[in-house]
Design a binder for this molecule. Structure first.
Ligand code: EPU
Length: 429
């Protein structure tokens, strides 16, 4: 088993380059299925979720070429397969975007219900509502979501009852080639939604209003291909901002869009960080004490749920009582027990976590149960005294490119190690 071993308690100094955004990349890869030409995508993050999405695309019949470290070329013109591979799809949430993309391109899709991090129930009713509004019939049968629109999709108005990133992406993908106008009301406004719209427009689509309360998509006949560069990852940057706030020190995050980080910066400054915008870089410094704060997660531009575990780790080091309210997911505190093994004092009641800051954490063996939970354990471990061993790191590597190397580059004591399997009784005999 491979684990991260972290020797904590050292402030971080230096620079960290931020990679392309995971949640933009995993929406743009299935969008490439709609392109009747070749698309070149730059700033693609080198993470497990991207590899999985590309594997699904290849299984469907697309040609994927790696041009350099972070640039890929996709040619999906010859794809004919409408049935997504079960084993790959079940491993990643964003695989459900192939439903919208296939419906749009072929008028039919068969995709297993998606997997992904376990935060309680993760319905796709809003995605289905959107497909049906555009004229598809959808049923969940035999372990597959089967969608079909034999006469093609037609533009329509869809109001989302819940602000959903996934439903917004899927409906955008389905609508891009549907004749007429699709009006998507109450969509998600995350930076990765705007990035997907920009990608589609760069390929020849007509999408307006992404990032606002209404997205209008006028269906076009064809997307023709082109070059696009993915935005920097808001949550990767936020995670390192949280790490510097927890450990102290001074780090410059390179290649970010500071505006995307406003909600995270505001909260970390309240807690004690100093943050300075330097063009497309952000300097994060913490020299003084950490202060308690209350945090409520919300869809963008609110404080992101994907930063909730990391900020909770920081607040467990601050003196005083902090209250965190998770308003996006039903069950996103499964990692809290692991932080308590490191000395944190946290009480969870439903969607609220009350953190009694202890001022100090100590290293312990802990388990990462999902991606951002793993990131929170790294943040806690970097600030803790002693050694922390984190297992379940495959979750972390789904979404963070070269986390160990990036942290080593700012002086962190962290390494990826092979942990010997426990000796079995049979081999002792
Ligand atoms: N929801 C519904 N019905 C739907 C869809 C969603 O009720 O049809 C509810 C969900 O149960 C949840 C809320 O709406 O309570 C928001 O869910 P959303 O659809 O926005 O989440 P998602 O698309 O499944 C994406 C990110 C998550 C991130 C959420 C919220 C990707 C691939 N995943 O998930 O990112 O937490 O949006 O911002 O974009 C991560 O990167 O670690 C991660 C989990």
């Amino acid at each position: 088993m491979v684990v991260y071993e972290v020797w904590g308690g050292q402030p971080l100094y230096g620079e960290i380059p931020i990679s392309g955004a995971k949640n933009a990349a995993v929406a743009i890869i299935p969008a490439a299925l709609l392109v009747d030409g070749v698309c070149r995508i730059e700033n693609m993050p080198k993470i497990r979720d991207v590899t999985l999405m590309l594997e699904i695309l290849q299984e469907l019949g697309a040609r994927v070429r790696l041009l350099d470290d972070t640039t890929i070329e996709i040619d999906a013109r010859h794809v004919r397969n409408i049935k997504a591979p079960y084993d790959l799809v079940r491993r990643i949430r964003a695989s459900c975007y192939f439903i919208g993309a296939m419906l749009s391109r072929f008028g039919a899709a068969q995709v297993p219900p998606p997997g992904g991090c376990d935060f309680g129930v993760r319905p796709i009713d809003q995605h289905i509502k959107g497909f049906e509004a555009l004229g598809a019939t959808v049923e969940v049968k035999g372990g597959f979501v089967r969608a079909s629109a034999p006469n093609g999709l037609v533009g329509s108005t869809v109001y989302l009852d819940v602000v959903s990133v996934g439903a917004t992406v899927n409906i955008m993908l389905a609508a891009v080639l549907a004749p007429g106008m699709t009006v998507l009301e109450n969509p998600a406004k995350e930076p990765h939604i705007v990035d997907l719209a920009n990608f589609l427009n760069a390929m020849g689509a007509d999408v307006k209003g992404a990032g606002t309360d209404v997205i209008k998509i006028r269906g076009v006949q064809q997307l023709t291909g082109g070059v696009y560069s993915i935005i920097p990852d808001q949550i990767e940057a936020g995670t390192y901002m949280a790490a510097v706030t927890a450990t102290g020190g001074e780090v410059v995050l390179k290649s970010v869009i500071p505006k995307h980080l406003d909600g995270i910066s505001a909260k970390l400054m309240e807690i004690g960080a100093e943050i300075e915008e330097q063009g497309d870089a952000l300097l994060v410094r913490r020299t003084g004490k950490l202060h308690r704060a209350n945090v409520k997660t919300q869809p963008y531009p609110g404080f992101p749920t994907d930063m909730q575990p990391q900020i909770l780790a920081v607040l467990s080091l601050a003196k005083g009582t902090s209250v965190i309210t998770e308003s996006v997911w039903d069950n996103r505190y499964r990692y809290v027990d692991e932080l308590t093994h490191m000395g944190a004092q946290i009480q969870v009641d439903g969607k609220v976590a009350v953190v009694e800051g202890v001022g100090h954490l100590s290293g312990a063996p802990v388990h990462a149960c999902d991606l951002r939970a793993g990131a929170a354990l790294v943040v806690a471990a970097l600030a803790a005294t002693g050694v922390t061993e984190i297992d379940g790191i495959h979750h972390i590597e789904r979404g963070y490119e070269n986390m160990v190397e990036k942290l080593q580059g700012v002086g962190a004591g962290i390494a990826r190690r092979e942990r010997p399997s426990p000796v079995s009784l049979k081999s002792v005999r």
